[in-house]
Design a binder for this molecule. Structure first.
Ligand code: RIB
Length: 299
């Protein structure tokens, strides 16, 4: 029987502009295309888990508005349990995304996400057992994320942190988590080291370990990813593909790792699977919609 997965995190409506280049200070550019899409790192990671075969519950907050209703509907349609997604007085979270030459920049307005309360976490984790998995990011109130990890520790759950958006001052949280999954920018913010060579990667991992962490995965875009378990560091290649939009690639990777850990695979096996799944996500536009199903990864 696979372990259950709980995701504490954000739900955002993404407002996406495809542009030729990101505007400089004082510059106005015209978008080539605009679309809205259901996103939010938490929701994307929950949907990745569900699409890839996991049993997953979302813990988060939306506003009592059309975006909030759509965000919940999208989760439910993807088989994510939403019993602990609360509806509050703020407007739903928004993300302003530019996609230029397949790379993105994101500004998040957390809104309702920051109204998430401890009760929602406590209620949801009542059902959690030893060996179940908790995932969180940093688009939710930091004290609630901390509380969730403390509770998860008490219950001997496996905890995964995707420290995004990265904030150096929150680094002490790394000592609460079993596995940290972070990209180049997040690594550089948290460690002060740009992971752009084998030596730099090893130094960044050493730095992360000094915060109390024992396992980490660095995702390095087209360079693949690096899995560190104690002193063992392994490079994992990514499947080469035509990249159109990197939004939710990291979320797919995180979900992929969680699903494989839930079925008792080791971290390296989980990373190979996650990397394959993320390579499909980047070949499509949008956030949760671009995440592949298990059948697409296991061909
Ligand atoms: O990781 C991608 C996500 O980051 C987007 O969907 C956006 O909502 C932001 O949370």
């Amino acid at each position: 029987m696979n372990s259950k997965i709980f995701v504490v995190g954000s739900l955002n409506m993404d407002l996406v502009c495809q542009v030729g280049s990101v505007p400089k200070v004082g510059e106005t550019v015209l978008a080539k295309k605009f679309f809205t899409a259901c996103g939010g790192k938490g929701a994307n990671q929950a949907i990745a888990c569900a699409k890839l075969g996991g049993n997953v519950s979302m813990i988060g907050a939306v506003g009592d508005d059309e975006n909030g209703r759509q965000l919940i509907k999208n989760l439910q349609q993807n088989n994510v349990n939403c019993d602990n997604v609360s509806v509050c007085d703020e407007s739903s979270g928004l993300a302003f995304i530019t996609v230029a030459n397949s790379n993105n920049t994101i500004i998040v307005a957390p809104n309702a996400n920051f109204a998430l309360k401890k009760d929602s976490v406590d209620r949801a984790l009542k059902r959690a057992q030893s060996g179940d998995i908790l995932i969180a990011q940093w688009e939710s109130p930091i004290e609630i994320v901390r509380h969730a990890f403390e509770l998860a520790r008490q219950k001997s759950m496996t905890t995964i942190l995707n420290p995004s958006p990265a904030v150096k001052e929150y680094s002490d949280m790394l000592s609460y988590v079993d596995i940290c999954i972070l990209n180049e920018t997040e690594t550089s913010i948290l460690t002060g080291i740009q992971p752009d060579s084998e030596v730099q990667v090893a130094l960044a991992i050493k730095k992360l370990y000094e915060s109390g962490l024992k396992q980490a995965i660095l995702t390095l875009g087209s360079e693949g990813s690096v899995v560190a378990v104690g002193q063992q560091i392994t490079f994992v290649d990514c499947v080469k593909t035509k990249v159109v939009d990197t939004t939710a690639a990291g979320d797919t990777y995180t979900g992929g790792v969680a699903v494989k850990l839930a079925s008792k695979c080791d971290l390296l096996t989980a990373a190979h699977f996650a990397s394959k799944a993320a390579s499909i996500t980047v070949s499509r536009f949008g956030a949760s919609k671009s995440i592949p199903y298990l059948s697409e990864v296991e061909v």
